[in-house]
Design a protein around this ligand. Structure first.
Ligand SMILES: *[C@@H]1O[C@H](CO)[C@@H](O)[C@H](O)[C@H]1NC(C)=O
Ligand SMILES: *[C@@H]1O[C@H](CO)[C@@H](O)[C@H](O)[C@H]1NC(C)=O
Ligand SMILES: *[C@@H]1O[C@H](CO)[C@@H](O)[C@H](O)[C@H]1NC(C)=O
Ligand SMILES: *[C@@H]1O[C@H](CO)[C@@H](O)[C@H](O)[C@H]1NC(C)=O
Ligand SMILES: *[C@@H]1O[C@H](CO)[C@@H](O)[C@H](O)[C@H]1NC(C)=O
Ligand SMILES: *[C@@H]1O[C@H](CO)[C@@H](O)[C@H](O)[C@H]1NC(C)=O
Length: 315
């Protein structure tokens, strides 16, 4: 236990955002988040009503092109502050698509995401959202040769890399060209997008999470690749512990017994994401209106500052 706490501490120092935000900056972001809260709640309600007039328990067909929504939440304005992009960022494997599940086993997850401009609290169209996360047993595509059951520092040690020399986005640890659970898609005219994937599992030292980056300035090339300029936000999205516990008891998640799962409450990066009034936890509804185990719709509103400097990817 002591050992893993030490690793987690070292990891957060190594991998977290290199600069600490000043108290003033945290307060500024918190104030923005609070200010946009009513708009975020209203945005969510409109999305829900569009899909479910009357808000009933209709069983519906899931359509990749048409995002839909859940009950009103007043704490979904996210400015993903001091969060790291982590060691498994791999732009080369990111693909423009609305279904990034690639047949990986697990509970289907539809992410319904709204983006608002925090300077106006209005929906922001044509923001490219870029996602990546591990599969049901903790492996990231493009890094499938790395064990999800070994702490990152130990992993580096095994690879003969000094932790001091490791740099996110620079040190190349990729092992292959697989692309599962990596995808990107822009928000529509209403500032909303949807991505289908598989509910993530876990790997050593981290709670369940999905990485997300938002780009306001991006170009699709003829060869299918995307070049993106301004990264306005980097963050990680989470789930409530009760939902995670319920789903992790199912196969294939349940057979991941080599390590114990790190929960939200002991994950150092999760705590950082909640600081200053940000709430990067998905609101969820069962896709069939009954049982999360058959599929989950997760929705969240992300606030971004389109004028943010792309170099500082903390916002
Ligand atoms: C950030 O804050 C932590 C905790 O207060 C401190 O240990 C660390 O040295 C700070 N890092 C920088 C780069 O200022
Ligand atoms: C919707 O379905 C859930 C689960 O079956 C049920 O508990 C709830 O009462 C229903 N709500 C309405 C408004 O019918
Ligand atoms: C939403 O707002 C209501 C009323 O202000 C409050 O009681 C509730 O705790 C809030 N919910 C969250 C998740 O913040
Ligand atoms: C997750 O990916 C790894 C690496 O490709 C694979 O070995 C494992 O079987 C996958 N997990 C599941 C549940 O399929
Ligand atoms: C795709 O096209 C862009 C723009 O022409 C180019 O920069 C990039 O190298 C190409 N990528 C591949 C994999 O061909
Ligand atoms: C998981 O935690 C339990 C309780 O602390 C412990 O007995 C067990 O050995 C742990 N399992 C692994 C794989 O670390």
């Amino acid at each position: 236990m002591k050992f893993s706490v030490a690793i987690a501490g070292l990891l957060s120092v190594t991998l977290a955002h290199p600069e600490n935000l000043s108290r003033r900056e945290v307060q500024r972001r918190s104030a923005i988040s609070k200010r946009c809260e009513p708009s975020a709640a209203n945005f969510n309600r409109k999305r829900m009503e569009k899909r479910w007039p009357g808000g009933g328990n209709t069983t519906y067909q899931i359509q990749a092109e048409a995002p839909y929504f859940d009950s009103i939440q007043n704490s979904t304005c996210v400015l993903s502050p001091i969060t790291t992009e982590g060691p498994y960022v791999w732009p080369r494997s990111q693909t423009l698509r609305q279904d990034m599940s690639e047949g990986q086993p697990g509970v289907p997850l539809w992410m319904d995401i709204g983006v608002i401009d925090v300077t106006t609290c209005e929906p922001l169209p044509n923001v490219l959202l870029n996602f990546w996360h591990c599969n049901a047993t903790g492996s990231y595509s493009s890094f499938t040769g790395l064990s999800p059951n070994i702490g990152f520092v130990e992993l580096l040690d095994q690879l003969g890399i000094d932790v001091e020399d490791f740099e996110i986005g620079v040190t190349d640890l990729h092992t292959d060209k697989t692309t599962f659970h990596r995808g990107m898609w822009p928000t529509n005219d209403g500032g909303v997008m949807e991505m289908k994937t598989t509910f993530p599992g876990f790997y050593s030292g981290r709670t369940l999470h999905i990485h997300v980056q938002a780009y306001t300035d991006w170009t699709l090339h003829d060869n299918g690749t995307v070049s993106s300029g301004n990264i306005v936000s980097t963050g990680q999205l989470y789930f409530d512990e009760s939902l995670s516990a319920q789903l992790m008891a199912l196969e294939p998640y349940a057979s991941h017994t080599q390590i114990n799962r790190t929960t939200n409450s002991i994950d150092s990066i999760y705590e950082g994401g909640l600081e200053g009034g940000y709430n990067p936890v998905f609101s969820v509804v069962a896709a069939d209106g009954k049982d999360y185990e058959n599929g989950v719709i997760g929705f969240i509103t992300i606030g971004v500052d389109p004028n943010a400097d792309g170099v500082d990817n903390s916002m």
